[in-house]
Structures are given as C-alpha cells and as structure tokens.
Design a protein around this ligand. Structure first.
Ligand code: HEC
Ligand code: HEC
Length: 307
C-alpha cells in the first residue's frame, strides 16, 4: 500500500513539475542587436506609407485591444492579433502555426501583407541606408551597412527578449508564495476539468494544435478563418488553432482567433462548454478567472528600460 502511495505521489510530482514551468527570470541578449531591433519594432518607416509600426498592433501586453488590427492605409485585418510576449516558446507562430521561427513569421505576415505594412525589402533597405541613425546602429550591431535580412534578424532578437517573468503563478511554482483560496479553487478546477490537458507547459498553452469546439461544435461565424487546415489541408485540421497561451490573459482581450469575445469570463464559459462539455457555474467561472489572473507577469525589461 505504501509503495503504491509513494508511486502515485512521485508520478504526480513529476507530472506536475512537467506540466507547468515558470518563465526564466534571467535572459541573455546582445545589447546592440536588441537595441536596434527595438528601434525598428517601434518605427513606422517599415510600412509602405510610414504610418504603421509593429508596435501599432502589438501594444497591449504584446496584443491589440481591437478585434481586428488596422494596417497601413487604414486596411482592416482578418484575425485578432495574439500577444507576441513569450512567443519564442510557442510550437509555431500565428493562430495556425504556419511558420516556425520569428524571422519567417515576419516575412510570411506583417511586413509584406497588404492589410498590414504592405512594404518591400527594397523600400526598407533604401530607407535604412538613407538614415544616419540606422547606419550607425547597424555598424554597432553587425559591423555592416543596413540590410533587410539583418533588420529582420534584429527585430526577432528583440522579440525573444519579450518575456514576462515573475507572475504570481510562477512564484507559486517556485514555492515562493501561496495562491489565495479562490485562486487555489480555480487552479484545482483548471486541473480537474482538464483545461490543463491543452493548456500546459511553459506558456500554459502554445504547444499544441486543437479544435475550437473539441467537444461541442463551435460556430465561429460568418467568415472563413485562417485555421490549421488552411496550412496543412488535412480535413481533421478544420477549425483547429494553436492552443492559446494563457499567460497575461487578463490583459489581452478580446479573445479567440476571431476576437469577438470581449471578456475573460465569457472566454472561460465558452471553453468550458465547447472544449470541455460542461456548463460552468458563475462561481466556477469566477474561480477560474481568479486563477488565470495569477498568470500575469512583469512587463519585459527590454520594453520598460532604455537600452
Ligand atoms: C496591422 C497589424 C499588425 C502589424 C503592423 C504587425 N502585426 Fe504581428 N500580428 C498581427 C495579427 C493580426 C497577427 C495574427 C495573424 C494570424 O495568426 O493569422 C499577428 C501575429 C504576430 C506574431 C505571432 C505571435 C504568435 O504567438 O503566434 C508575431 C511574432 C508578430 N505578429 C510579430 C510582428 C512583428 C515583428 C511586426 C512588425 C514587423 C508585426 N507583427 C506587425 C497584426 C500585426
Ligand atoms: C481540447 C483543448 C482545450 C481544452 C480542454 C481547453 N482549451 Fe482553452 N483553448 C484551446 C484552443 C485551441 C484555444 C484557441 C481557440 C481559438 O482562438 O480559436 C483556446 C483558447 C482559450 C482562451 C482564450 C485565449 C485567447 O488568447 O484568446 C481561454 C481564456 C481558454 N482557452 C481557457 C480555457 C479554460 C479555462 C479551459 C478549461 C475550462 C480550457 N481553456 C480548456 C484549447 C483548449
């Protein structure tokens, strides 16, 4: 009996350690490259009309508070912008994971897309080479004249530093603090209802592709969304998206790839119904929300501090 108890205890211990991992608190990066990347990330000159920067659509804890972002020339996008904080830990990028690295992500999406920056390699290189500031910064970072490739590289290096450590949950995992009663009830529900089967790992999500409406079919509405099927053409990938990371979730409304869910409570209720198959009580939703709020971390240091 004791041995069985011990085995169960050890398995649970190992499982719970693997299921959730705190974000690193110390990050290493090349200051000159990241400084250049940060400057470019915030600079609207990357867009065709000089009106939109990466930051324009990723300024609310790395996400956009609008349902659909507005790109250059006022063009409207067709998916809700996810947070790019902690994105380097995701299995793939975009809601359907169609690119694997942050560099590829930029080339597949924002820089060239008509409804985002509508820019080109030549245009960006030309502008960078005309700028005294950038010529100096490229020299310092890479020892060369500005190139498009190195511009992309430095933005990606900056993105890799956008990590939000020291959330209450991470401190709890490190045994530095305790969750309060309500948070703890929420954490228990998160596990017992099986939210954890999809939302786990270092980003509490972001590491697998699953159906929205895994248990009870979900109607995403009018539009053809860019789901995993668009990328793989496997019929079982219809309405499949990357499991959202729940880090900083209270700060990144609106929710889901379609951005039509405005509150965290409604997002939890929807997940409970469509992805677990239960009608959660008001109290359970409040408890789960209280737990999810412990996932809010500190703003990335490279964003807060002058580099
Ligand atoms: C016009 C708004 C807009 C601009 C400008 C924009 N983005 Fe995005 N970004 C989005 C949207 C919308 C998505 C989600 C699209 C999808 O999944 O199909 C996204 C997704 C991303 C992702 C994927 C995050 C993840 O976890 O999947 C990264 C990384 C990213 N953007 C970085 C950038 C960078 C770097 C720039 C500047 C070069 C930039 N974005 C400019 C709207 C924008
Ligand atoms: C079968 C896998 C699965 C289960 C189980 C699951 N989720 Fe999700 N969750 C997802 C996927 C996939 C998304 C992204 C869906 C989309 O936007 O299309 C998501 C999105 C979310 C979002 C919105 C995130 C955002 O940034 O928009 C919240 C909040 C959430 N889940 C909470 C929960 C909670 C709480 C539970 C348990 C009651 C749960 N999930 C159970 C797969 C799952």
């Amino acid at each position: 009996m004791r041995i069985i108890f011990l085995l169960v205890f050890i398995t649970n211990f190992l499982l719970s350690r693997d299921l959730f991992i705190p974000l690193p608190t110390d990050i290493e990066y090349d200051k000159n490259i990241v400084k250049l990347g940060k400057e470019l990330f915030n600079d609207p000159m990357l867009s065709k009309n000089g009106d939109i920067s990466c930051m324009s659509c990723h300024f609310q804890y790395g996400a956009d508070p609008k349902r659909f972002s507005i790109g250059t020339d006022g063009k409207l996008g067709n998916m809700n912008s996810p947070s790019l904080f902690n994105a380097k830990f995701n299995i793939g990028l975009f809601w359907n994971g169609r690119t694997l690295t942050l560099e590829e992500q930029m080339l597949d999406g924002p820089i060239f897309a008509e409804h985002e920056m509508a820019s080109s390699k030549e245009l960006i290189e030309e502008r960078l080479r005309k700028s005294k500031k950038y010529r100096k910064m490229f020299k310092k970072a890479f020892g060369i004249e500005p190139t498009f490739e190195k511009a992309v590289k430095s933005i990606a290096e900056f993105e890799k530093t956008l990590i939000t450590p020291n959330s209450k949950f991470d401190k709890f995992l490190r045994k530095e603090v305790k969750l309060n009663e309500q948070e703890n009830r929420g954490f228990k529900l998160f596990q017992s209802y099986g939210c954890v089967s999809c939302h786990n790992g270092i980003n509490i999500g972001g590491n697998s592709y699953q159906e929205l409406g895994a248990v009870i079919e979900y109607n995403s509405g009018e539009q053809g969304w860019i789901d995993r099927y668009t990328h793989t053409k496997n019929s079982y990938d219809k309405n499949v998206f990357r499991v959202a990371s729940l880090r900083n979730i209270e700060k990144t409304a609106p929710y889901f790839h379609h951005g039509s869910i405005k509150t965290l409570k409604k997002a939890i209720q929807t997940m409970g119904y469509n992805n677990i198959g239960v009608v959660l009580s008001t109290e359970e939703i409040e408890d789960l929300e209280s737990f999810l709020k412990t996932l809010t971390g500190e703003l990335p240091i490279t964003l807060q501090e002058e580099l």
